[in-house]
Design a protein around this ligand. Structure first.
Ligand SMILES: Cc1ncc(C[n+]2csc(CCOP(=O)(O)OP(=O)(O)O)c2C)c(N)n1
Ligand SMILES: [Mg+2]
Length: 820
C-alpha cells in the first residue's frame, strides 16, 4: 500500500522566497517578583546550593588531579576529569524542571549534569521512593558505604549517596554507580533519569533521540535531553540525529495517538571551545550556533540561544520547550551559552586562550552573580549561604575519604573474570513488556505470513531433486517469519532503516510488514546510518527492542562509532545496569562491485561486546533471528544476498512453521566425513559442499563440513572433535583473507587440537582486492576449486590432481610480500 504524500510539480516548481522564523537570543528578563512567585524562596536558594555542590565537587577533583590531595586526603587519580567549573548555572537551571521520568544523556564533561539532575530527582522523590531505589541499586552496594556515614535523614543521605556513587565511579570502584566500568566520562545513574554520558564527542545525540523514540513509541512520559558540546556540531552523527528527530512522518504518517515527534531536546552546552579549537571564528562558520535550527526544519527546531550563566533563564527555557516537546512538536535546539573556567582537563595549560578572556568571564561568574542576586533581593543572607557551602564541604570530606579507601571502596576483581561476566547479560525474554498487547494492523492469519506459512518448507523432493523455488519458503521469508513472530509477541519491538517500509527493505525481507504494522513500529529512516544504529542503541538501552538495518555491510563504515563504541559497550560500561536488546541486520552482497560486496564479520567479531551471527540456511535464518530477537545482547546479524531466494536444502525436515531458536554459539554439522574437516562462515558453505562432493567423487576423500553459524560466541569443541577424527582442517569464508576471522579460528583450533592436526590449518578467503565487477567475481570469492587446490597443495596431495588456481604456500608468501 503506497503512502499518499503527493509531490505536485506545480507546487514544487513555483517561484518564491523562503523565509525563516526569528531565533531569539538571550531573551530572558529577570524579575524577582515573578521568579519568586513561580519558584518560591526555598527553590531559589536550593538552586544556589546545587550550584555550590557542583563547584565544590569539581574543585575537589581539580585539587586531587593537580595536587594529589583534598583537605588532607591524599589520592592519585590516574583517570580523566573534564571539569565544568564555570558551567554550573547551565546544568542546575536545566535540571530544575526535570522530573525523574525525564532523561538526560551527556558528554565527557557531565559531572555537573549528573549532580544537578540527581539533586533535582532527590528533591522530587519522597523518602520511601528514595529508599527503594538506593536499596535495590546494585544490591545496595553504594548504599552500604553511605550508611556508614553519620546518621542523617533519608533525603540528606541520598545527597551523600549521589556524591559518593559518582565519585566512586570516577575513581573506578566496584561501589561506584557503574562498578567503575564507566569512570569519569561515562558515569550515570538511570533511576534518577541520568542516562549514559559519552566520551565520543557528539555520541549522545543519536542515542538520546533513540531514548526519545522509545518514550514516544511506547507511550512513556517524559522528555529527553542530549547535552552535547558546541564543538560537536561538527560531527556527522549529530546532524544525522537532528535529521532523524525532525522527520515529517511523525506528523504526516504516524498514528495521531502516538503523539507526534520524539520528545528530544538537543542542548548544546556552548562554552565556545572544543579542546582548544574555537567553533566561532575558527573551526566552524555558523557564527551563532542556534542558527543551525534554520537548516533543519521550517520551525528552525524552535531554536533559541539562552543565557547559561543565569540558572533561571535556563529553567525558563526548559519549561517552555517541554511544552513544545510534549505536544509532539519537537525537536528543539538550545544554544546554551556558558564558559568553563577550568581547562579542558587538569593538564590543560590553556595555551589557546588569553588569561584576560577567562578573567572577563570570571567577573561574571554565575555562582557569584546568582548569590548576589539572592542577597540583593533579600531572598537569603550571607550566613545562610555560607552554611550551605560548609555543609557541602563537610559532605565532600566524608565522601572523598570513603571513595579513596580501597577497603571501603574496592575495585572489581582482576583475578576472577568479573569484567568478562559483564560483557553480556544473556537474559533472553520474549517480550520486554508482557502486560501490553503489541500494536498491529492485521491478525497474522490475514497477512503475508499466512502465505509464507503455506509454502513448502524444504527445497528438495523425495528423490533429492530441487522443487520450484517459488513454491518453497526462502531464506528471506524465514527471516520474515521470525520477525513477524517477534512483532506479535513484543510490543516494544520496532524495526527501521532505509526503505524498510513500503519497499520491504532493500531485499524485500519485510515485504508484507507494511500492511501488518503501524508506522511507529516500522518506518523508513533518513539515509543516516550512524543515526539508524545510534537511535537503536538509545532505544534498546531505554528498555525497548530495536531491529535496525543497514542494507549492505559496506555501509557500516558510516556507523562505525555507533557499532564499535556504542552498541558494543553500554551494557558492560553500565555494569549490566542497562541491557542492549538490539539486532543490527547487515547483508553481504555480490555483483555490485567494490563498495557493495564486502564481508566485514572479522571487524565486528574483533570488537568486545558484540555477538555476531551469520546463518547460511533458511532453518538457521529463522531460528537465529528468533534467538537474536529474544536476547538481551547486541547482535550483528549477517545475511547473504546470495541466499535470500534460496530454500532449505540441508536441514532435514526443512524450516518448521512454528517458532524455535538455534542454540547460541553452536556450529552445525552439514556433512560427515573422516578424512578432512572444512569449516565455513556464511554462504561459502555451499561452495564447500560442492568441493566435498568433488573430493569424494574424484579422489575418494570424505570431508566433514561444519557451518560455524556464529562467530561470537562460538563453541570450538565440536570443531575440535571433528579435527580429532580427521586431523586436517580447512577454513573458508567470503571475507577477504587478510585479517579474516578465519585466522582467529585457525589460531584457536591450532592450540586446541595441536596434537591431532597432521598439517597446518589452511585458510581460504576472498582475495585481498577490491571486489571486481560481477563478471569477474569468481576470481575474487572462494570457489570450490580453490578449496580443493588448497587441500592438494597444503594438506593432502590428491593423486593425479592438477591445480587450476594458485594456492601453494609459496603463493601465500609472495602475495603477502606484495600486500595483496
Ligand atoms: C569523536 C571524538 N573526537 C575527538 C575527541 C577528543 N575530544 C574530547 S573533548 C573534545 C572537544 C569537545 O568540545 P565540545 O564538544 O565543545 O565539548 P566541551 O569539551 O567544550 O565540553 C575533543 C576534540 C573525542 N573524544 N571524540
Ligand atoms: Mg565546547
Amino acid at each position: 500500500m503506497p503512502k499518499s504524500i503527493l509531490i505536485d510539480p506545480s507546487d514544487v516548481r513555483r517561484p518564491g522566497t523562503l523565509t525563516a522564523p526569528d531565533i531569539p537570543l538571550n531573551a530572558y528578563q529577570p524579575d524577582i517578583e515573578r521568579e519568586l512567585a513561580e519558584h518560591g524562596r526555598e527553590t531559589l536558594v536550593r538552586i544556589y546550593r546545587d550550584m555550590v555542590v557542583i563547584r565544590e565537587f569539581e574543585t575537589m577533583l581539580d585539587r586531587i588531579k593537580r595536587e594529589g590531595v583534598y583537605e588532607g586526603i591524599e589520592y592519585n587519580h590516574k583517570g580523566p576529569a573534564h571539569l565544568s567549573i564555570g558551567q554550573e548555572a547551565s546544568v542546575v537551571g536545566q535540571a530544575l524542571h526535570l522530573k525523574p521520568d525525564d532523561s538526560i544523556f551527556g558528554s565527557h564533561r557531565s559531572h555537573g549534569e549528573i549532580l544537578a539532575k540527581g539533586l533535582s530527582a532527590i528533591h522530587r522523590f519522597d523518602e520511601a521512593a528514595l529508599t527503594v531505589i538506593m536499596d535495590a541499586y546494585m544490591g545496595g552496594l553504594p548504599l552500604r558505604v553511605v550508611k556508614g556515614f553519620p546518621a542523617q535523614s533519608v533525603k540528606s543521605m541520598a545527597v551523600d549517596y549521589l556524591l559518593y556513587g559518582a565519585l566512586a565511579e570516577i575513581f573506578g570502584r566496584a561501589t561506584g554507580f557503574n562498578k567503575g566500568m564507566g569512570g569519569s566520562m561515562h558515569a550515570f545513574f538511570p533511576p534518577f533519569g541520568i542516562m549514559p554520558n559519552n566520551a565520543i564527542v557528539g555520541g549522545s545525540a543519536d542515542i538520546a533521540v533513540g531514548g526519545a523514540l522509545f518514550k514516544r513509541v511506547n507511550h512513556k512520559p517524559g522528555i529527553v535531553i542530549a547535552n552535547i558540546g558546541d564543538a560537536s556540531m561538527g560531527c556527522g552523527p549529530v546532524w544525522e540525529a537532528m535529521m532523524f528527530a525532525a522527520m515529517d512522518q511523525y506528523r504526516t504518517l504516524w498514528p495521531k495517538e502516538v503523539g507526534g515527534a520524539p520528545p528530544i531536546l538537543f542542548n548544546f552546552m556552548n562554552n565556545f571551545y572544543g579542546m582548544g579549537g574555537q567553533p566561532v571564528g575558527e573551526t566552524m562558520g555558523f557564527g551563532v550556533l542556534a542558527r543551525v535550527g534554520w537548516g533543519v526544519n521550517p520551525n528552525a527546531m524552535h531554536a533559541e540561544r539562552i543565557d547559561g550563566f543565569n540558572p533561571l533563564a535556563v529553567a525558563d527555557a526548559i519549561c517552555r520547550k517541554r511544552k513544545v516537546l510534549e505536544a509532539g512538536d519537537g525537536p528543539v535546539l538550545l544554544d546554551t551559552v556558558t564558559y568553563r573556567f577550568s581547562g579542558h582537563s587538569p593538564s590543560d595549560a590553556s595555551s589557546y586562550r588569553e588569561k584576560s578572556e577567562v578573567e572577563l568571564w570570571r567577573q561574571q561568574d554565575s555562582l557569584v552573580a546568582y548569590r548576589l542576586y539572592l542577597l540583593e533581593n533579600g531572598q537569603a543572607n550571607e550566613g545562610e549561604l555560607d552554611a550551605l557551602t560548609d555543609d557541602v564541604r563537610e559532605r565532600l570530606r566524608r565522601v572523598v575519604a570513603a571513595a579513596v579507601s580501597l577497603e571501603t571502596s574496592p575495585r572489581v576483581s582482576m583475578v576472577t573474570d568479573e569484567i568478562g561476566e559483564m560483557m553480556f547479560s544473556n537474559a533472553p525474554l520474549a517480550s520486554l513488556e508482557s502486560a501490553r498487547t503489541p500494536e498491529v494492523l492485521l491478525p497474522k492469519e490475514q497477512s503475508r505470513w499466512k502465505t509464507t506459512q503455506e509454502k513448502l518448507r524444504f527445497g528438495l523432493d523425495e528423490q533429492g531433486k530441487p522443487v520450484s523455488k517459488l513454491k518453497c519458503l526462502t531464506y528471506a521469508e524465514a527471516i520474515f517469519e521470525a520477525v513477524v513472530h517477534a512483532f506479535y509477541t513484543d510490543p516494544t519491538l520496532v524495526a527501521y532503516g532505509e526503505e524498510n517500509r513500503d519497499w520491504g527493505g532493500a531485499f524485500s525481507v519485510y515485504r508484507g510488514l507494511t500492511e501488518m504494522l503501524p508506522y511507529h513500529r516500522l518506518f523508513n529512516s533518513p539515509i543516516s546510518e550512524a543515526a539508524i544504529v545510534g537511535t537503536g542503541v538509545g532505544y534498546a538501552l531505554s528498555g525497548g527492542r530495536a531491529l535496525v538495518e543497514l542494507m549492505y555491510n559496506d555501509f557500516m563504515g558510516r556507523a562505525g562509532d555507533e557499532v564499535f563504541n556504542q552498541m558494543a559497550k553500554w551494557q558492560s560500561m553500565s555494569a549490566n545496569v542497562l541491557s542492549m536488546p538490539m539486532v543490527l541486520r547487515v547483508s553481504v552482497g555480490s555483483k555490485y562491485g567494490a563498495q557493495h560486496s564486502q564481508d566485514w564479520t572479522s571487524i565486528v567479531a574483533h570488537i568486545p561486546g558484540l555477538k555476531v551471527y551469520f546463518p547460511a540456511t533458511p532453518y538457521d535464518a529463522k531460528g537465529m533471528m528468533s534467538l537474536a530477537l529474544q536476547g538481551s545482547d547486541p547482535v550483528i546479524f549477517f545475511e547473504s544476498q546470495r541466499l535470500y531466494s534460496e530454500p532449505e536444502t540441508l536441514v532435514a525436515g526443512g524450516v518448521p512453521r512454528e517458532e524455535y531458536t538455534v542454540p547460541e554459539g553452536e556450529p552445525a554439522l552439514r556433512r560427515t566425513g573422516s578424512d578432512l574437516t572444512i569449516v565455513t562462515v556464511g554462504a561459502t558453505l555451499y561452495r564447500a559442499l560442492e568441493a566435498a562432493d568433488a573430493l569424494q567423487a574424484r579422489y575418494g576423500v570424505a570431508c566433514e563440513v561444519i557451518d560455524a553459524r556464529f562467530l561470537n560466541p562460538l563453541n570450538y569443541a565440536p570443531i575440535v572433535e571433528s579435527v580429532k577424527k580427521t586431523g586436517k582442517l580447512v577454513l573458508a569464508s567470503d571475507a577477504s583473507e587478510r585479517g579474516s576471522f578465519l585466522h582467529t579460528m585457525a589460531s584457536n583450533i591450532s592450540q586446541l587440537a595441536f596434537d591431532w592436526l597432521d598439517g597446518p590449518v589452511a585458510v581460504v578467503g576472498a582475495r585481498n582486492w577490491i571486489t571486481p565487477a560481477a563478471e569477474l567475481e569468481e576470481a575474487f570469492f572462494p570457489q570450490a576449486e580453490w578449496i580443493i587446490d588448497t587441500i592438494h597443495e597444503r594438506l593432502l596431495p590428491l593423486a593425479g590432481h592438477t591445480p587450476t588456481t594458485r594456492q601453494a604456500t609459496s603463493t601465500l608468501l609472495e602475495r603477502n610480500r606484495a600486500g595483496v
